[in-house]
Design a protein around this ligand. Structure first.
Ligand SMILES: *Cc1c(COP(=O)(O)O)cnc(C)c1O
Length: 481
C-alpha cells in the first residue's frame, strides 16, 4: 500500500464523478448492457494486487453502465432521493476523515454533528425538543430501534426487563396497525422476537385504510393491558396517511405506545400545504424518517426519534472494560443503536441542512407536491390513463387503460408495460398492486426532478402502452383467426 497513490486515486474519482453527475440528465436510467457490465466485475481474488488505480479505472469505466441512474431526476421507482451537492461532498469527507461515530472517544466531531443534526431535524419536523434521537442506516433500522424501545416499555409494564431476560413466559405483545404497514416494520417485529404475524392489521378497505372503530374496540377489549400501535405517515402505494391524531388520541386514552413510520411522509410537516396529513406525530412515543429519501443525502441514512431516548442505552448499551461506561458523561451514540462502529452519516445530514435550511427544504417539498399534482393532471386528461387514488403528497398511483381492453387483461398489460418502461430506460418507475389492480406508483423525491421529467414519464407510458396494446390486438386477432 503506497500513500503516494492517494492523490491520483482521489483526483480520478473526483473527475469521473463530476463527469458522471454532469451527464445524469442525458443518461439512460438503465444501460442496455447493464447486466453484462455488472457481470464483468465477477472474478476471483487476485493473488497480486494491481495498485489503487487499476480497480478505480475499472469502476469508472464499467460502473456507470452497471448502475441505475437513480442520482438523476427521472428516477421515480420505490422512494429514493438523490444526493444534494452539500450532502454528497460532506459524505465524501466523512470517508476521508474515516470517523467512527460510535462515541466521543472515537470522534468528537461525528458525535457533536450527530447531536446537532438530531436537534435540527426535530426542529425541521416540528417534533418536541425534549425528544431524543439517533441516526441509523435507514428507516428499517429506525423502525427497529423505535419498536425495540416500545418492546422494552411493554415488558416493563409486565414487570420484566425484556432486554435482560427476553420474552419467554410473557404473552404475545398486542401490536396494531393498518394495511398501510410497511414491510420493514414486519421485519423489525420479527427481529425483535415479537413475530411478524403478531401484528393485527385493522383495515376497512382494499387499499388498507385504518379501521378506527375496530381499533377502538380491540384496545377496549384489552382492559388496560399495554399495546403497541404503529401509525403510517406516508404509505408507499399512494402516499396516503393513517389518521395520526386519532391514533394519538386512542394511544393516550388506552395507555398504548404509538410509533409513527414517517420514512418519507414526515416531510409533509415541512409545508403548511401538507402538514395536516402528519398532524399528531408530536404526540407519539417514537417516529422514524429517512435521510436517503426526501432529505436527499447519500445512502445510507435514517432517523429514529423518541420521546424517551434514555431507554435506548438499556437496550443497546454494550459495555466492556475497554469501552466507555454507560454513565460516561460524554455521549456514546453506539449505545443508542444496534451498530457498534458507525459511519459518520451526520456529516452529510448536517451539511445539507446547513446548506439549504428550513426554507430550501420546504421549497423542495412544495416543488414536489406541485409536480405530483401536475402528473395527476396529465393523467386525468389522458383518455388512456386512469388515476387510482387521491394524491395527498408526492406519489401518483395510476394505470394504463386503453379503450377496448377488458378489466381482466389490464393487470397483465400493466405488468408487461411496467417491464417495458424499465427496459426502455428513459424513465424508471415500478408497478405495485393497489386495491388488487396492477398500477404504477411514481414517487417524486429527487431534488433534480422537474416538470419535463414528469411529462416524459407520461409520454413514455402512453407510447410504450400503445405499442403493447397494438401488439396484443394483433396476437388476439391471430389466435382467433
Ligand atoms: C422506505 C421505507 C421504509 C424503509 O426504509 P429504508 O430506508 O429502506 O430502510 C420504511 N417505511 C416506509 C414507509 C418507507 O417508505
Amino acid at each position: 500500500m503506497d500513500p503516494r497513490e492517494l492523490d491520483a486515486a482521489l483526483d480520478l474519482i473526483s473527475a469521473e464523478a463530476k463527469r458522471y453527475l454532469a451527464g445524469v440528465a442525458e443518461r439512460p436510467l438503465r444501460a442496455e448492457n447493464a447486466d453484462d457490465a455488472a457481470d464483468s466485475f465477477a472474478g476471483t481474488l487476485p493473488e497480486e494486487g494491481e495498485g489503487a488505480l487499476e480497480p478505480l479505472r475499472k469502476l469508472v469505466e464499467d460502473g456507470p453502465d452497471a448502475s441505475i441512474t437513480s442520482a438523476g431526476g427521472r428516477f421515480f421507482h420505490f422512494v429514493i432521493g438523490g444526493a444534494t451537492p452539500a450532502g454528497l461532498a460532506a459524505d465524501w469527507f466523512a470517508s476521508a476523515l474515516d470517523q467512527n461515530a460510535a462515541s466521543w472517544v472515537t470522534s468528537p466531531l461525528a458525535t457533536r454533528l450527530e447531536l446537532v443534526t438530531i436537534d435540527w431535524l426535530k426542529d425541521l419536523f416540528r417534533l418536541p425538543q425534549e425528544w431524543g434521537g439517533v441516526l441509523t442506516t435507514g428507516a428499517t433500522m429506525a423502525n427497529f430501534v423505535c419498536l425495540a424501545a416500545a418492546r422494552r416499555w411493554w415488558g416493563e409494564r409486565h414487570g420484566v426487563d425484556v432486554d435482560e431476560q427476553g420474552l419467554a413466559g410473557l404473552p404475545a405483545p398486542p401490536v396494531f396497525s393498518s394495511g398501510y404497514l410497511h414491510s420493514s416494520s414486519y421485519k423489525s417485529l420479527g427481529m425483535l422476537g415479537i413475530g411478524q404475524e403478531t401484528v393485527r392489521i385493522l383495515s376497512r378497505d382494499g387499499a388498507g385504510r385504518l379501521d378506527v372503530p375496530a381499533l377502538r374496540d380491540a384496545l377496549s377489549s384489552l382492559d388496560g393491558a399495554p399495546a403497541i400501535l404503529i401509525g403510517n405517515a406516508g404509505e408507499v402505494n399512494a402516499g396516503d396517511f393513517d389518521p395520526i391524531a386519532e391514533l394519538a388520541e386512542l394511544a393516550e386514552a388506552h395507555g398504548a405506545w404509538l410509533h409513527v413510520d414517517g420514512a418519507f411522509g414526515l416531510f409533509a410537516r415541512l409545508s403548511p400545504r401538507a402538514s395536516h396529513l402528519a398532524e399528531g406525530v408530536e404526540r407519539a412515543h417514537s417516529a422514524t424518517a429517512d435521510g436517503h429519501k426526501w432529505l436527499n443525502v447519500p445512502h445510507d441514512c435514517g432517523f429514529a426519534f423518541l420521546r424517551d431516548a434514555a431507554s435506548l442505552s438499556r437496550i443497546f448499551g454494550a459495555t466492556a472494560a475497554y469501552l466507555p461506561g454507560l454513565d460516561d458523561p460524554r455521549p456514546t451514540l453506539a449505545y443508542s443503536t444496534p451498530e457498534g462502529s458507525r459511519r459518520a452519516r451526520s456529516f452529510a445530514t448536517w451539511a445539507t441542512l446547513r446548506a439549504y435550511g428550513r426554507r430550501g427544504y420546504r421549497e423542495m417539498v412544495e416543488g414536489h407536491l406541485d409536480l405530483a399534482q401536475r402528473l395527476a393532471g396529465r393523467i386525468d386528461q389522458a383518455p388512456d390513463l386512469e388515476r387510482l387514488a387521491e394524491v395527498p403528497l408526492n406519489i401518483v398511483c395510476f394505470r394504463y387503460r386503453p379503450e377496448g381492453v377488458g378489466e381482466k387483461e389490464l393487470d397483465a398489460l400493466n405488468a408487461r408495460l411496467g417491464e417495458a418502461v424499465l427496459a426502455d430506460g428513459r424513465v424508471y418507475v415500478g408497478t405495485t398492486r393497489y386495491e388488487g389492480r396492477v398500477a404504477f406508483r411514481p414517487a417524486i423525491v429527487n431534488w433534480r426532478t422537474g416538470p419535463e421529467d414528469v411529462d416524459l414519464l407520461v409520454d413514455v407510458v402512453q407510447e410504450l402502452g400503445a405499442q403493447l396494446a397494438a401488439q396484443s390486438r394483433v396476437e388476439t386477432a391471430r389466435s382467433t383467426a
